[in-house]
Write a protein that binds this ligand. Structure first.
Ligand code: PGA
Length: 248
């Protein structure tokens, strides 16, 4: 079931999300959290740091990583997580799980990540952002979606968009490792965050669109416990030629 919580702005979205995580950690201090990168959850991480919550017994699993980037590469998601969050809370390094960007055996690395989630007892709360095209993690729109952790080829559009962060085109990652939609949907609770009018169409489709691999976030409709925490701008149904007639 999808629930929607609309906040006034980005700040309030982050506060509300932090409250949900704090509640979870008070109820279960050794919770397993699924975490996301991108610009959207930065405010949430800031709030969690400010609250000085106890992460001593918490385990985390990140959604994805670029293939080919070492953890100390400034564009890696590992670097992002340590820089913005983990270095500022009392989490045990051994409790942090991020898919590795450097590996030799594709099958072994993806199976190992799935197994580790399973052995940790599964994810209690999975935090998600959403792409304009409905992507979740690196599960991009496709004719079929892989359920488990897997390697994806990045779309040319994504590679080009990322080029600005690298000194040459050769350095831009062409592949990523990501939890699959099945791994994500196994989480006991899911919190999806979105802010800004540019996410409004994606939020509308997540809530009201057909469940279809061409819009991966639509699969969240199948989950029993999803809360969308979105600011007012992202909650506004955009006026498109398709829905304009309904409004008149
Ligand atoms: P954003 O990215 O938080 O930077 O908007 C979200 C995503 O693409 O999944």
């Amino acid at each position: 079931m999808l629930q929607v919580f609309v906040t006034e702005n980005y700040e309030d979205m982050s506060v509300k999300a932090a409250e949900e995580i704090a509640k979870q950690l008070i109820e279960k201090p050794n919770s397993v959290l699924g975490l996301a990168t991108g610009s959207t959850p930065l405010g949430l991480y800031e709030k969690l740091i400010q609250q000085k919550l106890d992460f001593q017994a918490v385990k985390t699993f990140n959604l994805d990583e670029y293939v080919g980037l070492a953890p100390d590469h400034e564009q890696s998601y590992s670097y992002y997580m340590w820089h913005h969050f983990f270095s500022k809370i009392n989490i045990e390094k051994s409790n942090v799980n991020i898919p590795p960007g450097i590996f030799t055996d594709e099958q072994a690395v993806t199976e190992d990540y799935e197994n580790r989630i399973h052995e940790a007892g599964g994810i209690d709360i999975q935090v998600l952002g959403i792409g304009h095209n409905g992507h979740i993690g690196f599960n991009e729109p496709n004719s079929s979606l892989n359920a488990c952790t897997h390697i994806v080829q990045l779309a040319q559009q994504t590679i080009q968009a990322n080029a600005r962060f690298f000194s040459s085109m050769e350095e831009v990652p062409k592949r990523a490792i990501t939890m699959g939609m099945g791994s994500i949907l196994k989480a006991r609770k899911i919190i999806l965050l979105a802010s800004g009018e540019e996410k409004a169409e994606a939020i509308n489709k997540t809530l009201n669109g057909n469940i279809d691999t061409s819009f991966p976030a639509s699969f969240l409709q199948l989950h029993p416990n999803v809360t969308l925490i979105v600011d007012k701008a992202a909650a506004e149904v955009p006026v498109t030629p398709r829905n304009l007639s309904n409004r008149l």
